[in-house]
Ligand binder design. Structure first.
Ligand SMILES: NC(=O)c1ccc[n+]([C@@H]2O[C@H](COP(=O)([O-])OP(=O)(O)OC[C@H]3O[C@@H](n4cnc5c(N)ncnc54)[C@H](OP(=O)(O)O)[C@@H]3O)[C@@H](O)[C@H]2O)c1
Length: 328
């Protein structure tokens, strides 16, 4: 089987983690890397074994030997980077959160459709076996009718004015960086809500450093999600239904352990799946499966799901009066 040749744009933390997953995947090849500086690209290529090291993102986007590009730049750069790759006919896996708002997200996805390229938000959680098992248990009726979801993602992160997380011009804030996981989780199970109630603490840099979100549905279901940089939470998730509940352990979006309980909190079943590499192999396999089958959209990480979660985040920011400089 031909190897799928990956190009990576950006050489930061997640690009390095992802490069390890590519290198551990049998039918994947880390072919090229691009950085804003040749020096960083060369250092990355040497460390992770890429053939090509480009000192500009454009050069990688124009390289026809790249089968798929992984975009690993800050949120505020995704729009330009994704449009550049799509314009040049490249297939794209773009890091979360896909862009700053719904309008930009739709534009990217519409452009990918127009150019007939594969496009997926790198929502790795949705490709992990534990997440798929949660959906399987719910669809099999193991907790009856799901009524309530609780999911948190808050890490204590010391303030650093240069860190993209605290910079409005980088698309910073806890909502887009962390909140996207609880919201994507809830949306995958309950869909788009009928009402969104939220509140946030906004820093002097203009980004949310703590937020709390309630999603309500007309039939009485609801979701509670807390996200932030100022508190360390356990980052658990649970889905509760009329016949029982499911828990996802510490750091739910990347946990290896989930459990199913009955109505009286009795343990019914446990499921565990340790990553074979570092957890990113599942989204790589999903991208490969789509490319080999000629799909332009992943059934696991749908375009509609990405857009609707973005719409929820837009509404939260509207309620907080929080705009990114690019939107003013
Ligand atoms: N899936 C996950 O588990 C996961 C985990 C962490 C982060 N992420 C996502 O991945 C993306 C990158 O996060 P990260 O933690 O890897 O960030 P990071 O360490 O700051 O790296 C971002 C890279 O993007 C490039 N870049 C382009 N424009 C930039 C700018 N204006 N400022 C700073 N860097 C810029 C830089 O590479 P060059 O200098 O080489 O061009 C930089 O090394 C974000 O969208 C984040 O949400 C996903």
């Amino acid at each position: 089987m031909n190897k799928i040749r990956w190009g990576i744009i950006g050489t930061g933390k997640i690009a390095r983690t992802f490069a390890k997953a590519i290198n551990g995947t049998e039918d994947a090849e880390l072919y090229a890397v691009a950085s804003r500086t040749s020096h960083n690209a060369e250092e990355f290529a040497l460390k992770f074994g890429a053939d090509k090291a480009y000192g500009s993102y454009r050069e990688l986007a124009e390289d026809k030997n790249v089968d798929v590009v992984y975009i690993a730049t800050p949120m505020a750069s995704h729009y330009n980077d994704a449009m550049l790759c799509i314009e040049n006919g490249r297939n794209v896996l773009c890091e979360k959160t896909l862009s700053l708002n719904t309008a930009m997200t739709k534009e990217i996805i519409d452009f990918a459709k127009e150019k007939n390229v594969f496009f997926m938000e790198a929502m790795w959680m949705k490709c992990r076996p534990v997440f798929l098992k949660v959906l399987e248990w719910i669809n099999a009726g193991k907790i009856g009718t799901p009524r309530y979801i609780k999911a948190d993602f808050s890490n204590y992160i010391p303030y650093d004015e240069n860190d993209r997380l605290f910079r409005a011009d980088c698309g910073g804030g806890a909502l887009l960086d962390l909140g996207v996981y609880p919201l994507t989780f809830a949306h995958a199970i309950f869909g788009y809500p009928d009402e969104i109630i939220s509140s946030a603490e906004i820093s002097s840099d203009g980004v949310d450093v703590n937020n709390t979100i309630l999603l309500k549905y007309n039939d009485g279901r609801f979701v509670s999600a807390d996200n932030g940089f100022r508190l360390q939470l356990s980052n658990n998730a649970m889905v509760s239904g009329t016949e029982g509940f499911i828990t996802m352990g510490l750091w739910f979006h990347c946990t290896s352990d989930i459990a199913l309980y009955g109505k009286r909190s009795e343990l019914i079943e446990k499921f565990s799946c340790e990553p074979e590499i570092n957890g990113y192999e599942y989204e790589i396999r999903e991208v490969h499966k789509c490319l080999r089958n000629g799909l332009k959209e992943s059934p696991l990480v749908s375009h509609e799901g990405t857009i609707e979660v973005m719409k929820i985040m837009d509404e939260c920011r509207k309620q907080w009066g929080m705009k990114f400089p690019q939107e003013k």
